[in-house]
Design a protein around this ligand. Sequence first.
Ligand code: ADP
Length: 303
Amino acid sequence: KVVSAGHINWDVTIHVDRLPEPDGETRIDRLEQSGGGSAANVAVGLVDLGGQSVVYGSVGGDESGALALRELASAGVDPGQVLVDAAEPTSVKYVIVDGGGELLMLANDGANESFSAAGLDRDTLAAADHLHLTGQQPETAAALATAAAEAGATRSFDPGRRVADREFDAALHASDVLFVNDREADALAAATDVDPWEPEDRVVAIKLGDEGATVRTPHGSVSHPGFDVDPVDTTGAGDAFAAGFLAAALREPEITGDGFSHDPRDYQVPILVGNACGAVATESVTARTDLSWDRVRDRMGES
Ligand code: ADP
């Protein structure tokens, strides 16, 4: 069982022919709504791939929050630990996308910012095999990482844009696996003594867009090129990659029997599955991609 902690959003995607100019108006062709946010995306991806997951995060006491909770439950994720903060709006992201895939995004911080570990039931974490941390307050990330380590659960961390923020040091150092893209890897190398390209004491999965990904460990690396796709929108590709990578790694006792293995050869399958999930995610505009082993195998077989 995996606990995925961090952002839970309600996403509204508005399809238009052409993006509006300032002061202009554009007709809406189609409007889609779905759950989003990194923690929720990874939790749902893991369930799609046959796992069990619980999501930790916070939504507002509004309609978007109720929709997000209902959607998580219907996707098979346990939302029982999601905190409802009546004082904040749910974090909502509006994406306006034109026919050519050009995007405008609008988002609020909302309830994601108020998520703290204080109100959480420790038993859920104690029963988990793995904790996946995404963007959230540094104190929350640190508290959860520490609690997971004490409970004997392995940890992964996807810091996203705030990668170079030193407030995340505790979560960073407590993680067995780090997910970053190449720009984040460079930013982290410049800001800290952790060099994701040559890690000394952990596994780093570096996402390289259409070039796939590389996994670095203290004992070497393994890389695979990306699958051949016509990307429509790469939002959510990183979350799909993490879900695929973790789903494949966590079912291998070779890899996770004793912490995360530092033998790069063990990561051949996780990196391929991560790349296939990431590729599938680029083929649609929504941040939430329906992943399944059938779809992943199809993608891996085609290339
Ligand atoms: P992030 O979204 O976190 O910045 P990437 O853009 O690198 O990360 O995407 C995550 C993963 O999705 C990549 O490692 C790759 O496996 C897959 N991916 C992303 N863009 C493409 C693409 N254009 N073609 C094929 N695979 C892609």
